[in-house]
Write a protein that binds this ligand. Sequence first.
Ligand code: SF4
Length: 310
Amino acid sequence: MTDGERQAALQQIANEVRVCTGCRLHQQRTRSVPGEGNPDTEVVFVGEGPGFNEDREGRPFVGRAGALLVRLLASVGWRREDVFITNVVKCRPPENRDPMPDEIAACAPFLQRQLQVLDPALVVTLGRYSMATFVPDARISQAHGTMRPVDPATGAPDALAFAMYHPAAALRSTDIEQASVRDMAGVPLALLAARDRREQHAAEFAAAPAETAAPAEELAPAEELAPAEELAPAEELAPAEEPAPAPEPPAGNAPDAPAAYLPAAAPVADVPRAIPAIRAADAASAAPPAHAVLASLADAETPTDQLTLF
Ligand code: SF4
C-alpha cells in the first residue's frame, strides 16, 4: 500500500465514522472522533473513548488527559504527530461512562480497519477497555508496562501490544502517574522488540521454500495465535542488545499475569532510542525523577496544522 493509498483508506474510514449510527452512542454525540496522527507511523495509541472536549472538537485526547499523554510522549522524545491516536469507541459515552460491550462490538470494525491500514509494529493500549481488546483476560494493575503479541484478528497483522494506564487515571492518582512515566520509558524498548520480531518473521517468510510459502493472509506465526500460556517468553521478545533478564510476574498473580514481561522500565537515558519513523531523540541527558520529567516538559498542544487529521 502506498502512502497515498494509506491516507485515502484512513480518510474513508473517518468519513464513515462521522456519519455512523451503528450504536446508541451516536444519539448524544456532538462529533465523532475517528482518530488522527501520522499515517506512516509504526506506533498506534488506542484509548477508550472520547470525552467532553474530544466530543466537541472531534479529535482524540485534547483535554487534560491528552495534555498528559503529550507530556508522556515527550518524556521519551516523541511527539503526538509521530504516532497515530484513536479510541476503541469513536463517540462519547454519556457522562463519560464506560463503553458497553455492545457499543465496543459495534465500533470494533472501524478500529480493526484502521489497524489493517496502518499495520503498526506496536499498539499501545491506554486503559483497561483498550487493553481488553488486545490483551484479553489481563488485569491492568498487573499488565501495565508489559507487552505481548497481538492477535491478527484485531486488525494489526504483526504487532506487539504494550499496556498502559489511561492518562485520565494518571490524573487522579500520583502513583498511577508515576507508573505511567515508568511505563512510557519502556515503550521505545517495546518498539525495538516489535521491529526485531517483524524482521524475524519477514526473514522466515523469505527463507521459506516457494512451494510451501503461505499466502500473506495466512502468515501469522503460531505463537501469535496461541493462548496466553503458550506465548513466547520475554527474553525472546526483547532486543538482542538488552541484557536485563525479564522479572518474574508478581507473586501470587501468576495464573492470570501476562506471559510476556518487559524488563523493569529502565531510566529514560538508558532506554534504546527507538523512534517510530521519527526524529532522533536526545538520549544524553540523565534521567530525572518522574515528576520532574513531567514538570519540565512544556504543556503545549501540537498545533493542528502539524497533524494529519482524519
Ligand atoms: Fe458508530 Fe462507533 Fe459511534 Fe457507535 S461509537 S455510533 S459504532 S462510530
